[in-house]
Design a protein around this ligand. Structure first.
Ligand SMILES: Cc1ncc(COP(=O)(O)O)c(C=O)c1O
Length: 433
């Protein structure tokens, strides 16, 4: 992991100048040696770069690196984590398919499923991924994808991916795993049954809050040729592109990603800028180290917060009573990331007093930064959901999401204690009022 994080996808010796880190290729288009060469690129008879909207040498290094880290067969870098989910689900389920979705997803994903993906005629059944019976019952003949987060945002709930995948695979339905919180440093979904992995690379892969980016990885499990009629968009000649995308599997490539890139990345224009790809590549170099330290600090802070006056609940998989504690032990030996949530007694007023009193933790709607961040999901990341949707993912008025950064653990704790004191007096003031 540490070695691939630094070297995969880039060979300085093969670069004309010996650049140790991948250069940022800003060109929009690439000169071709002949008319025939450009024609071959458009006919998909040759590999190469024609126009940066659909591919670029710098983003290609990032794609190779994440493929190596996830041990998949290919990847596409896109403009954001949201674009990664959008493209993965459109490629599998649009138009008119059905998706089985975890009730514990990032708010933006739930909104996308509920609203924009529905505009493409895709229906969705939302289930608690801890309820395997409900998960099994949700599949229909039109189900084309299932989606879960390996570590859910914001309550850090873990999924039993081998069990969920077995149910989906019995019906030949591919499983998409948003592994943003875990990153490949903590968990490789492909080893546990995932067919497609999506990342908001904006978070831990970047690691420093500088860049929005997304990644889609094909783990190599999904093969549309097993059900050619169901996946005819991949298994029959495509009128527009003149190829059968599933033929790529015979060459060790991903027909699904080739289709997603040719159609959705190109049509939606969700291109990742080369400069952003380079930022993510730099971030990945230290991913392994950061994830170990952040996961340890988060578990330690969660355990100190557990049972403190004014704290009704701490949502972290290592704490007593969590039904996913065995999954933390079995599948996450290196930790469960730096994101978890706490529920304060006193609802939104207590949460607001807590956040406002913090000096080191910054109020911001991001996670995975080197800086520790805090936010109130009910009024921000999950504010457009219904009360029932919020309840289903454990977001209540007193819930505060914490994203532990790389500052000193004792400094972070001192600040949290100040926040808790303010929350207690904040909620007392509200109760008195
Ligand atoms: C788990 C998860 N998936 C996807 C996204 C969307 O990523 P982006 O903001 O890079 O579009 C987020 C953003 O917070 C997230 O937390």
């Amino acid at each position: 992991m540490s070695t691939a994080g630094i070297h995969a996808g880039w060979d300085a010796a093969a670069d004309g100048h010996g650049a140790l880190t991948p250069p940022i290729h800003t060109a929009s288009a690439y000169a071709q040696p002949s008319h025939a060469a450009l024609k071959a690129l458009f006919q998909r008879r040759a590999d190469g770069f024609a126009y940066s909207r659909s591919g670029n040498p710098t983003t290609a290094v990032l794609e190779e690196r994440i493929t190596a880290l996830e041990q998949g067969i290919g990847a596409i870098a896109v403009a954001s984590g949201q674009a990664a989910t959008t493209i993965a689900l459109c490629a599998l389920a649009a138009p008119g398919g059905h998706v089985v979705a975890s009730s514990r997803l990032y708010g933006g994903t739930t909104e996308f499923l509920d609203d924009t993906l529905a505009d493409f005629g895709v229906t969705c059944t939302v289930v608690d991924p801890w309820d395997l019976g409900a998960w099994e019952a949700a599949f229909t003949d039109s189900t084309r994808a299932a989606i879960v987060e390996s570590i859910a945002n914001p309550g850090a709930e873990l999924v039993d991916l081998p069990a969920l995948s077995a149910i989906a695979h019995e019906r030949d339905v591919p499983v998409v795993v948003d592994s943003t919180l875990a990153s490949p440093a903590l968990y490789r979904p492909g080893e546990h049954g995932a067919d497609v992995v999506v990342h908001s690379a904006t978070k831990y892969l970047c690691g420093h809050g500088t860049t929005i980016a997304g990644l889609i990885v094909d783990t190599g499990r999904f093969d549309p040729r097993r059900c050619p009629d169901r996946w005819s968009r991949l298994t029959t000649p495509n009128r527009r592109f003149g190829v059968t995308f599933a033929d790529d599997y015979a060459r060790g490539g991903s027909g699904l990603l080739a289709y997603a890139r040719a159609k959705y990345v190109t049509d939606f224009g969700t291109t990742l800028p080369a400069s952003s790809a380079q930022q993510i590549l730099v971030g990945i170099e230290t991913l392994d180290l950061r994830m170990q330290r952040i996961s340890e600090d988060a578990a330690a802070l969660a355990s100190r917060l557990h049972g403190r006056p004014g704290v009704a609940h701490v949502a972290h998989p290592t704490l007593p009573g969590r039904p996913d504690a065995h999954l933390a032990e079995r599948d996450f030996p290196h930790g469960t990331s730096g994101v978890f949530s706490i529920e304060l007694e006193g609802g939104e007023a207590a949460a607001a007093a807590f956040c406002d009193a913090l000096r080191l933790w910054t109020i911001a709607v991001n996670i995975g930064d080197a800086r520790s961040l805090v936010c109130h999901p009910a009024t921000t990341t999950h504010s457009h959901l219904t009360d029932a949707q919020r309840e289903a993912c454990g977001v209540r008025p007193g819930t505060v999401r914490l994203s532990v950064g790389l500052e000193d653990r004792e400094d972070l704790w001192a600040d949290l204690e100040a926040g808790l004191a303010a929350a207690r007096s904040g909620s007392e003031v509200t109760t008195a009022a």
